[in-house]
Design a protein around this ligand. Structure first.
Ligand SMILES: [Fe+2]
Length: 379
């Protein structure tokens, strides 16, 4: 085994083969099995381990590598609701999202503490032509860089995340559904939960600590809520870390993230996306304010169609006492994420292992037809 400093970051430990003739999938699996204790120590010390220049050619090879480290703990069912395709029994594609859009930093399923994976593997099957990196973020340092007022607030109050799933696919004026040149349709609850039975959905949610609210009647549109602390203690190292709040839940998250992405990528396309995301967010925000004002003045809720801007949000977040997270607070969080980010370019065959309780990840926009990054999750 050869430890390399090819990526300069205290959070990323790179392992490369010392002998190019011994770089097959089987060689890497043997290496992992023979140095498991050492690997766990490195992972919990740095937060992330990258296996580079091994001959990992397919998702099946990747699954073998992941299984050699965690033979019994890899998930066979994806615990979240992000759009992914299953490739093998324990491997999925990364979230399918338009190539020009950023995915802000988060720890996987931070909004879902009961089923949040402890570890997440990434595998680069085919690297993108340009961009498309998966920057990693040290959540211990993020916590130290957040303003004391926000940290105090987060210590006192948990956050409540809500996700809307509809009965039928519907188009909403919501920034999270924006897809040039218009908006894509929402995901139905039957697709999210892989069942047409409202009772089954209710039982499944309650069993994993989620609260559910059927709008109008059971079987109609559904809001699922989870409560999660924003600051947690790492279960192994006992370090206090930021839990990895996902800015996507706040309507300003995408626009603010796009600002940092544009400062980093500085392409014409990123400036155009930045402009569009700000435009859509401002319009959505204006309509939300108008709806709130109407409700405040006339007390009677407006009977607006669901697609009407401001009427429904596909995702939302607030503190447990009902107070909202201010856009400036979302800005501080994203700024702290970018300050503590390590960015490296994917190479074909890379396998990245993250301690999901300490290291967050994001996705930068990319160019080209393919960006085949696969994932596997472990509790
Ligand atoms: Fe993710």
């Amino acid at each position: 085994m050869f430890y390399s400093n090819s990526v300069d970051s205290p959070n990323l430990f790179v392992i490369e083969p010392s002998n190019p003739a011994r770089s097959s999938t089987e060689d890497l699996c043997q290496l992992i099995v023979s140095s498991t204790t050492d690997l766990w120590r490195k992972l919990h010390g740095c937060g992330a381990v990258l296996f580079r220049d091994f001959d990992i050619k397919t998702p099946e090879d990747f699954e073998k590598v992941a299984l050699s480290l965690l033979p019994t703990k890899l998930a066979k069912q994806y615990p979240g609701g992000a759009p992914r395709k299953k490739l093998t029994e324990r491997v999925w594609t990364s979230t399918s999202f338009s190539s020009y859009m950023p995915i802000p930093a988060h720890t996987e399923l931070s909004y879902f503490p009961n089923i949040q994976p402890s570890y997440i593997f990434f595998y680069c099957w085919k690297s993108p032509e340009w961009g498309g990196q998966t920057p990693i973020i040290d959540m211990g340092s993020v916590l130290k860089d957040l303003p004391a007022s926000l940290v105090d607030k987060c210590r006192q109050k948990a956050m409540v995340y809500s996700m809307l799933s509809t009965e039928k696919p519907q188009r909403f004026f919501d920034i999270r559904l924006f897809q040039w040149p218009w908006f894509r349709k929402s995901k139905t609850w039957s697709k999210t939960f892989d069942s047409d039975n409202p009772d089954f959905v209710e039982k499944k949610c309650l069993a994993t600590g989620q609260q559910i609210k059927w709008l109008e009647a059971p079987g109609k549109d559904l809001i699922v809520e989870t409560k999660a602390q924003s600051i947690i203690q790492h279960p192994i190292t006992a370090e206090e870390v930021w839990a990895g709040f996902s800015p996507l839940f706040h309507i300003w998250g995408m626009a603010i993230e796009a600002l940092f992405v544009t400062l980093h990528q500085r392409t014409l396309r990123s400036f155009v996306v930045l402009f569009l995301l700000w435009l859509v967010t401002v319009i959505q925000q204006i309509f939300i304010c108008m709806c709130n004002l109407w409700n405040y003045i006339f007390k009677d809720k407006l009977n607006l169609p669901s697609w009407f801007p401001g009427n429904r949000k596909i995702l939302d977040v607030c503190f447990e006492d009902g107070t909202s997270l201010r856009p400036c607070e979302v800005f501080w969080i994203i700024k702290a994420y970018w300050k503590n980010t390590t960015i490296f370019n994917w190479r074909d065959g890379d396998v990245l292992l993250l301690d999901n309780k300490r290291i967050g990840h994001q996705r930068l926009p990319f160019k080209g037809n393919r960006r085949d990054i696969c994932t596997a999750f472990a509790k």
